[in-house]
Design a protein. Structure first.
Length: 145
């Protein structure tokens, strides 16, 4: 009986986890460790987190079983909100994006001349929509599977 339950739990972990996700908990912990100071301090803290299994808990249990499963079924990882992206090209144009808690993405485009445009990107299963600041549809793109 116990072997059957263990086998069922192991099989459900593989099936329900979605196999792959953004691993937001592990990534946030790893990035935090990189902000502590010099390479010696970062290495010592990394070693301690590894020895006490904190990385394993974040990656295997929290990300693997919970957050990546939520991300697989909903398309959004709740812990990944607040992740940001910024880039400036050679001409001076800038793009800044932040992932929101509801799974949308706020984007601000700034041209080299200083003109700004703000929009929100929403994604459904196979459609991405760009909305202006008032919530009006600006563009829509269908993703082929």
């Amino acid at each position: 009986m116990k072997k059957g339950i263990v086998t069922l739990l192991c099989a459900s972990m593989i099936v329900l986890s979605g196999c792959y996700g953004s691993n937001a908990c592990f990534e946030k912990l790893h990035k935090w460790n990189g902000t502590l100071g010099n390479k010696w301090l970062n290495s010592i803290v990394h070693f301690i987190l590894f020895i006490f299994g904190i990385y394993g808990i974040c990656w295997g249990l929290i990300d693997g079983l919970v957050l990546n499963t939520v991300e697989f079924w909903t398309g959004s990882n709740p812990l990944a909100s607040g992740d940001s992206y910024y880039e400036k090209d050679a001409q001076g144009n800038e793009i800044a994006a932040v992932k929101n808690a509801d799974g949308t993405m706020s984007v601000e485009l700034t041209t080299a001349a200083g003109e700004k445009a703000k929009m929100t990107l929403q994604r459904d299963e196979n459609v991405v929509r760009a909305l202006d600041e008032e919530g009006n549809l600006v563009a829509q793109y269908e993703i082929s599977k």
